[in-house]
Design a protein around this ligand. Structure first.
Ligand code: SF4
Ligand code: SF4
Ligand code: FES
Length: 250
């Protein structure tokens, strides 16, 4: 709605393509709907699907910026459709699928495969220092470390940072914001047995933090406002420290 309370007519340009259908070719379709108060892209897309094209593909689950499934390119910028208000956009809205991920169809992409492969490459799970003992006393962790770990765990794996990242678009194994954030979360965790030297091969090099161009598009688009700049600074310090340890050891 504009300031005069006159409903706007929104014009959507939406990417269409079904890679499973040999008869389908990439193109865009135009849809027009009337804007309503507090309309999000989630509401708009459902209205388009209900009223204009029941075959339109897009993903949503939580509708509240938690599940990470509704990332898409909104006027050239990765964003969560469920928390994007149409009132924050011009009348012409271009919706495209996130790049860097396998296209499922139209606006739907497969982020799960990218995140699973990243987790497998980085072994993104706790490598326990101590064997599990059900009778052991609970181990304590400092508040600062716990807060830093939980901060990293706020990532909802929406893929917006990956889509915005030039390095990730050129190299599917580049860790990008989400991957580097995940690695840092386990490096900080005192329960994890891996040393900085063990992490060196994961973090350093052109797949890791030294392949990062540093223009911080990832931080600009992260809907959870994760402190990715701090994460990369932490990883660079750790990687450089580990390199000197390795040199001294050699
Ligand atoms: S700062 Fe690094 S990780 Fe973030 S978008 Fe740029 S190249 Fe990618
Ligand atoms: S770091 Fe931010 S943008 Fe990237 S996947 Fe996690 S929540 Fe999404
Ligand atoms: S629908 Fe879950 S993050 Fe948008």
């Amino acid at each position: 709605m504009d300031k005069s309370n006159k409903a706007r007519r929104l014009r959507f340009e939406i990417f269409r393509y079904n890679p499973e259908d040999p008869g389908s070719a990439p193109h865009t379709d135009i849809f027009e709907i009337e804007e309503t108060e507090f309309m999000t892209l989630y509401i708009a897309l459902n209205q388009i699907r209900e009223q204009h094209d029941t075959g339109l593909q897009f993903d949503f689950a939580c509708r509240s910026a938690i599940c990470g499934s509704c990332g898409m390119m909104v006027n050239g910028r990765p964003a969560l459709a469920c928390r994007t208000l149409t009132s924050d956009l011009p009348e012409e809205i271009r919706l495209y699928p996130l790049p860097a991920f396998k296209l499922v169809g139209d606006l739907s992409v497969d982020t799960g495969t990218w995140f699973r492969e990243m987790a497998e490459r980085t072994e993104a799970w706790i490598h326990e220092r101590l064997a599990f003992d059900p009778d052991a006393v609970e181990q304590r962790m400092s508040d600062d470390i716990a807060a830093a770990i939980y901060e990293g765990d706020r990532c909802i794996e929406c893929g917006c940072c990956v889509a915005s990242c030039g390095a990730a678009n050129l190299d599917e194994e580049f860790l990008a914001g989400a991957g580097l954030n995940r690695v840092a979360r386990f490096m900080m965790d005192p329960r994890d047995a891996r040393s900085d030297a063990d992490w060196y091969e994961v973090v350093a090099g052109d797949k890791g933090v030294f392949g990062c161009i540093g223009m911080m598009a990832c931080a600009d688009v992260c809907p959870k406002e994760l402190p990715l700049l701090d994460v990369y600074a932490y990883l660079r310090r750790k990687a450089l420290g580990a390199r000197f340890v390795k040199k001294d050891a050699g």
